[in-house]
Design a protein around this ligand. Structure first.
Ligand code: HEM
Length: 124
């Protein structure tokens, strides 16, 4: 289990707890090669993304867990599969090697890339 990275704030006497999900995802005590893009790490993984394993909580956890979780888990694979099956895709600026992608992150409440990822679809 990853160490929970917890921040506590006291705005107007209401206790707020913020969980640093960004840091959990980069914790080398929990993830092997945390900075390497390795989707196959999840192939035989028993991690439960439904708020049970705090090493991976894309939908949050507890009372305020995302209520759209079940819909999202079904729809993301359907949408992504449809897009991949319906079009040819290439990266903007004729980048052929994904290693050349600029993955720099912009600081904010939610994480964004400095250079947006632009993929161009063409008909099959
Ligand atoms: C891949 C897709 C999605 C991801 C990664 C995601 C992630 C999240 C996260 C991290 C939270 C905050 C949970 C917390 O505070 O602990 C949240 C809240 C919420 N999500 Fe999602 N979500 C997704 C899709 C959806 C969909 C499809 C719906 C609705 C159809 C939805 C509706 C909501 C609502 C209403 C909240 C606020 C819940 C509350 O504050 O009590 N989400 N979501």
């Amino acid at each position: 289990m990853a160490n929970l990275k917890v921040y506590i704030a006291y705005p107007m006497a209401n206790l707020k707890v913020l969980i640093n999900v960004w840091e959990i995802g980069r914790d080398s005590n929990f993830w092997e090669d945390p900075l390497v893009f390795k989707p196959e790490r999840f192939w035989n993984s028993k991690l439960d993304v439904r708020g049970q394993d705090f090493g991976l909580i894309p939908f949050g956890a507890g009372r305020r867990i995302c209520p759209g979780l079940s819909l999202a888990l079904r729809m993301v694979s359907v949408m992504l599969g449809s897009l991949l099956n319906s079009f040819n895709w290439k990266l903007e600026a004729d980048i052929n090697d994904p290693e050349e992608l600029d993955m720099e992150e912009r600081f904010g409440i939610t994480l964004a890339k400095v250079q947006p990822l632009r993929a161009i679809p063409s008909l099959l």
